[in-house]
Design a protein. Structure first.
Length: 307
């Protein structure tokens, strides 16, 4: 489906996004950090510098095996804090009360040098791996039987950029929680409304701050910025789109209290973004797409999307 702009809109926002690559520095020293994750028989949340980078909530029968870029959580060179929270999960639709003896955990950080003409994989640093003990003649997960386990530590990262991210934001945990939740909900509803109304300039204005930083930490070139715009336009070109209401959520803080987000609480959507679009694919199957929206309060006192 072709993308169309609402009447009276200009392409000023698109031009701003398209030109972000001109502000990107150190492209010849580009580097990407990734976390390689293998977790089985449990649910988990992984945070870098108190920012969520990957999670899984649901059936705990299988194994999650993935690799996720984490530059968005690394603001500057130095020690980076990580935290892994492990939960029991579900089995056959029933919430388990304790961690299984079969839990598998293997998480590492990999550095990939991307500057120049070739990519080069660097050293891999293990963050956490399954700790086993012997019970009844067999090796089992050392923390089996617990309701929750938290592992944390630090790893070094060296990046050529230094970006503010959420660090200059205000501590939102000090605010009245009910008033803040109403304000955050209003922001989410307004942002979702931009998609309902196909208000492209509203969308581009809302995401400009976070996309400016994203262009830097991913060292985007002109083609990368075009792909960013293409992704937003795709959300507005789904056949028979249905922007779903913001519901079944809780407010969570990240970034040491300087980031706030609304996340789903209902199975099987627990932990997922509340801003969603449903549409029918070419086979008539319902597809749900999520829009992440992490907010901070900027120097002007306004909520602003930062990730």
């Amino acid at each position: 489906m072709a993308f169309t702009m609402c009447k009276g809109q200009t392409n000023n926002g698109e031009n701003q996004l398209a030109s972000l690559y001109k502000q990107v520095r150190f492209r010849d020293r580009a580097v990407e950090y990734r976390t390689n994750i293998e977790v089985g028989a449990c649910n988990f949340e992984l945070l870098i510098n108190d920012v969520p980078v990957e999670q899984y909530f649901g059936d705990a029968e299988g194994t999650v095996n993935t690799s996720v870029p984490i530059n968005d959580a690394i603001l500057q060179t130095g020690a980076q804090h990580w935290k892994l929270i492990v939960y029991p999960g579900e089995r056959k639709g029933k919430q388990l009360e304790e961690l299984s003896p079969n839990v598998l955990i293997d998480i590492e950080i990999e550095k990939i040098t991307k500057g120049g003409s070739q990519q080069e994989a660097g050293a891999v640093k293990k963050l956490v791996t399954t700790s086993l003990v012997k019970r009844d003649g067999r090796e089992v997960f050392a923390d089996a039987g617990k309701r929750i386990v938290v592992y944390e530590g630090s790893f070094p990262a060296s990046v050529p950029y230094n970006i503010p991210g959420w660090t200059k934001g205000q501590d939102l945990q000090k605010e009245d929680s009910l008033a803040l939740q109403r304000e955050v909900l209003a922001y989410y509803q307004k942002y979702a409304g931009f998609y309902n109304e196909k208000n492209v300039e509203g969308i581009y204005s809302a995401v400009l701050a976070k996309e400016r930083e994203r262009a830097q930490y991913f060292f985007l070139d002109a083609e990368g910025c075009k792909e960013t715009i293409k992704d937003y336009k795709e959300f507005l070109s789904f056949p028979s789109p249905n922007v779903l209401p913001v519901e079944h959520y809780r407010m969570r803080f990240y970034g040491n209290g300087k980031i706030v987000a609304l996340e789903r609480t209902d199975p099987p959507n627990k932990g997922e973004p509340v801003t969603r679009i449903e549409y029918k694919d070419k086979n008539g199957k319902t597809v749900t797409e999520f829009m992440y929206c992490y907010l901070m309060r900027n120097a002007s006192g306004q909520l602003e999307m930062i990730r």
